[in-house]
Write a new protein. Structure first.
Lengths: 308, 564
């Protein structure tokens, strides 16, 4: 088990190196001069420009730039600084809580709604509720996030006035609509996954054995059916939580939440390579760590899986 | 005589399907007395499992049941759901066919046993755990106190079936329905499980309803027999009468289809039931010296590796299969017999030693020559449903080996497919149909036809008939031996069924834990076995004659009591 974790942690190193390299290369390849973009319409003397270029290593060859940067990340956890001199670390500490809250609220909403809907659909198979879930989930998966976001803003924010439409100034309430928007697609997929797995599990031999013992239907389902069918759901939810940080870019922009997603979007527009790379590196680390946790959880849920 | 503990009266079961109503059971009646074993026999689709399930109420929702099931005189079918639930496990319980899947993989054995007791208020908490340990000890699980904390996958198949039996007897039921309880198990394990069931029945005076297709198991266990065909009872009576003097033609056919393990001095030994003569040696027959053996293993060792750690599963294997000769490779699960077949097919590297096909060490050959040599090897797998691509029409399935090896053109391939279909006695019209449109036996004939497409000199058959009903198995075996004489291929026939091997093979190699226990001519090995393991294996195989089987059982007990 310990050996397994160490091996997995070592695998993180190439994953992080390669993904940051790709992001760095993409930022490097963007057209235009970042210093000019920074200056905007104001004139800038050549001396100032030269100093800035040197400060951000912009005249070094690509690989040297990259290694200088990654060296800072690994030795001092220094993700560099923005063009106006602010450390990217500061930016991250300020904006991470917003994105993390959004991700957690989304995670809770989609886990509860998806699993409950999936279980009920399986238990009332081919009846009204099942059909309703089937149609609703297809609709949710098919609609673009943008559309769902705007509809929620219009109905619950503007018409009913239940939740704030934008911004993060109302505590948890301001996260409900963005989280619902972000959860829509995964809730649909999760409901269908749980429904299918539970139906399979209810057909299995061990459920028949449990029934033959004289157990109540509810006990049979709760104790024998559910646990086995939730294993794939856990994998899905975990992978989804990991990718949620990336998904926050659209939703944070729609709902004007000052999180990391919004920042990445702004930084890409402003060609602030260090910020983009810093935040994406953080996303990558989250992704691999959560995936490791999911794999370990898998071993807890299914005793047949042993890691060595 | 006392009142029956379980009584089926004019049971009719209909399934509502998308193609209309299907009558699965058409008016079946029989009784089970306390302490009696009633065997229900029949082939797949005969309705034997469906009939017995009516007592448990485990039928799918689209089934309608008519008639009457009496459990100790009480009508079961008219009870409320809650009343029926209270009967399950308490008064009537069940042992299933697949011990591998019958237990919940994510719950400890202790949890699964304790809940069986708690459901019916037999015992709770600490007392339930103690009682569960007693139950495990009773069914013969060693170190029950510690092992009860383990999960099902940490037990062997036979042990898992013992655990299922422990659950079934937990609440002292009046009757146990055992649905093919030993079909998935090795013969020696089967014999042990049957012994256990017999002991428990005598101890608890439980009635047992035994569903099986194996007449040997019937002879070993049953007091009375009910023979079913297409949802109806065709014959019923005491076991000695049904097996000794069957009246109905179907019963006779079933018995005749059962491959027999013949004992020394058997009258039929001169003329085998499924007739296989020695490989035809025509005039001027080549002697073995001048022709390389079809297959030869020299000090072969085989390994599986996982994460750079390898486990040796076959050691020091030596054998020779001459052209036109059938060698039976026998052993229980885990003996390595299928691993050997894999290696011959080139699906597994040989760790040590030489594996010679027609005199050439196949694993060492360059890729091109190896492929050419593989043309000489045909293969038939166990499960015809899984080994034929469901998206390929039969014609394409049969000619695929020719396509792979770039043999012939469209016309000659078609002609070859027709020729082979005729050889396996299927109509030409099958060419454009798909595997799912055929029955299991027909599919296995297609597998055989495909194996013969390139006229191989060597055929590897891995348990080719073990997924088939006995009567179908008999027909396929007969066809197989005819084809063998016609085409003259050598064959490595992997099987766990000694009787099947007896009916087909010229020589036999017995394996245990990856090592050769004994090899020699079929007659030597199966009738004059020298090794204790072979003797025990032979003694464990039940024969369909109650008197002989009782004698064999006593003989087996004697063999087991001899310290090894």
């Amino acid at each position: 088990m310990t050996r397994y974790i160490i091996r997995r942690l070592l695998q993180f190193v190439p994953v992080i190196l390669i993904s940051t390299l790709i992001v760095y290369a993409l930022v490097f390849a963007m057209p235009g001069d970042p210093i000019r973009a920074l200056a905007g319409d104001r004139p800038m003397s050549d001396a100032v420009r030269e100093t800035l270029r040197e400060q951000y290593n912009l005249d070094d060859p690509f690989f040297i730039q990259y290694f200088k940067y990654i060296w800072g990340v690994f030795t001092a956890l220094d993700f560099g600084s923005t063009f106006n001199g602010r450390p990217v670390n500061d930016l991250i500490t300020q904006r991470l809580p917003v994105t993390a809250t959004l991700a957690l609220v989304t995670f809770v909403i989609q886990s509860i709604m998806g699993i409950v809907a999936g279980i009920l659909a399986a238990l009332y198979r081919d009846r009204f509720f099942d059909r309703f879930v089937q149609v609703a989930t297809v609709t949710m998966v098919a609609l673009p996030t943008l559309v769902i976001g705007f509809v929620l803003q219009l109905v619950f924010g503007l018409n009913l006035g239940l939740f704030p439409i934008a911004g993060a100034n109302d505590g948890l309430m301001s996260y409900i609509l963005p989280a619902l928007t972000m959860a829509s697609v995964s809730t649909g997929i999760l409901a269908r996954l749980v429904r299918g797995e539970l139906l399979d599990s209810l057909k299995s031999d061990y459920v028949r054995t449990a029934t033959a013992k004289g157990m109540k239907r509810t006990r049979v389902i709760g104790r024998h059916g559910l646990r086995n069918s939730l294993i794939p759901a856990v994998t899905f939810i975990g992978a989804d939580l990991a990718s949620m940080l990336g998904g926050s870019i659209i939703v944070e922009t729609i709902f004007n939440l000052p999180g990391l997603g919004q920042q990445v979007f702004a930084s890409i527009q402003g060609q602030e390579g260090t910020v983009v790379v810093g935040i994406v590196t953080l996303f990558v680390i989250f992704f691999v760590v959560i995936n490791l946790i999911v794999d370990l959880l898998y071993g807890l849920l299914d005793p047949r899986i042993r890691y060595e | 005589m006392s009142e029956p503990v379980l009584s089926y009266q004019d049971i009719r079961v209909t399934f509502a399907t998308e193609f209309g109503e299907v009558d699965a059971v058409k008016g079946v009646s029989f009784d089970v007395m306390p302490g009696e074993v009633v065997a229900v026999v029949g082939e797949s689709g005969s309705g034997k499992s469906v009939t017995s399930s009516t007592a448990m109420g485990l039928l799918p929702e689209n089934a309608t049941v008519q008639g009457e099931v009496l459990l100790q005189g009480r009508s079961v079918l008219n009870m409320s759901t809650a009343e029926r639930r209270k009967l399950r496990g308490a008064e009537i319980s069940m042992v299933f066919q697949e011990p591998m899947t019958a237990l919940n993989p994510v719950l400890r054995v202790s949890d699964q046993l304790i809940e069986a007791l708690q459901v019916h208020d037999i015992a709770f908490g600490r007392a339930a755990l103690e009682k569960s340990i007693e139950l495990l000890e009773r069914v013969g699980i060693p170190e029950a106190r510690t092992r009860i904390r383990q999960y099902p996958h940490q037990f062997s198949g036979g042990q898992r079936q013992r655990i299922v039996i422990a659950m079934a007897i937990a609440c002292g039921p009046k009757v146990i329905i055992a649905d093919e309880p030993t079909t998935a198990l090795d013969v020696t394990v089967q014999a042990e499980i049957l012994d256990l069931l017999r002991e428990l029945k005598d101890e608890l005076n439980t009635g047992i309803l035994l569903i099986t297709h194996n007449m040997g198991v019937v002879a070993d266990m049953a007091d009375r027999v009910v023979v079913m065909l297409n949802g109806e009872v065709v014959e019923t009576g005491p076991v000695a009468k049904i097996l000794g003097h069957p009246e109905h033609p179907y019963t006779r056919r079933l018995l005749a289809a059962m491959p027999l393990l013949r004992e020394a001095g058997d009258a039929s030994l001169g003329s085998p039931r499924v007739s296989v003569s020695e490989p035809s040696r025509s005039a001027g027959e080549p002697t073995h010296d001048s022709v390389a053996p079809a297959l030869q293993a020299k000090d072969v060792a085989l390994e599986y590796s996982f994460r750079r750690r390898s486990t040796r599963v076959v050691h020091d294997l030596n054998f020779t299969v001459q052209p036109g000769e059938i060698m039976g490779l026998v052993g229980e699960s885990g003996s390595g017999k299928s691993t050997v077949a894999k290696a011959v097919l080139g699906l597994l590297d040989v760790a040590e030693g030489e594996l010679l096909v027609r005199g050439e060490n196949m694993p060492e050959l360059p890729a091109k020559q190896k492929k050419a040599l593989k043309r000489e090897i045909g293969v038939v797998f166990q499960d015809p449903a899984a080994s034929l691509d469901p998206r390929f029409p039969i014609g394409d399935i049969i000619t695929e080996p020719m396509v792979v090896h770039k043999v012939g053109d469209k016309n000659s391939r078609n002609a070859r497919a027709r020729e082979l279909l005729e050889a396996v006695r299927l109509p030409e019209s099958v060419l454009n149909r798909y595997p799912h449109e055929l029955s299991g036996g027909q599919r296995q004939r297609i597998s055989i036809a495909r194996a013969l497409t390139l006229d191989p000199t060597l055929l590897i058959a891995d348990e080719p008939t073990s997924a088939l009903d006995v009567s179908v198995q008999a027909a396929v075996l007969e066809l197989f031996s005819e084809l063998q004489q016609q085409y003259g291929f050598a064959c490595l026939f992997v099987s766990h069924d000694l009787a099947v091997v007896d009916s087909l093979a010229h020589k036999v190699l017995v394996m245990q834990n990856g090592r050769t226990v004994e090899q020699g001519s079929t007659d030597e090995v199966l009738r004059h076995a020298r090794q204790p393991y072979t003797q025990r294996l032979l003694a464990a195989a039940p024969v369909p004659d109650p008197a002989t089987q009782a004698r064999r059982r006593a003989e087996r007990q004697r063999l087991l009591s001899v310290p090894q």
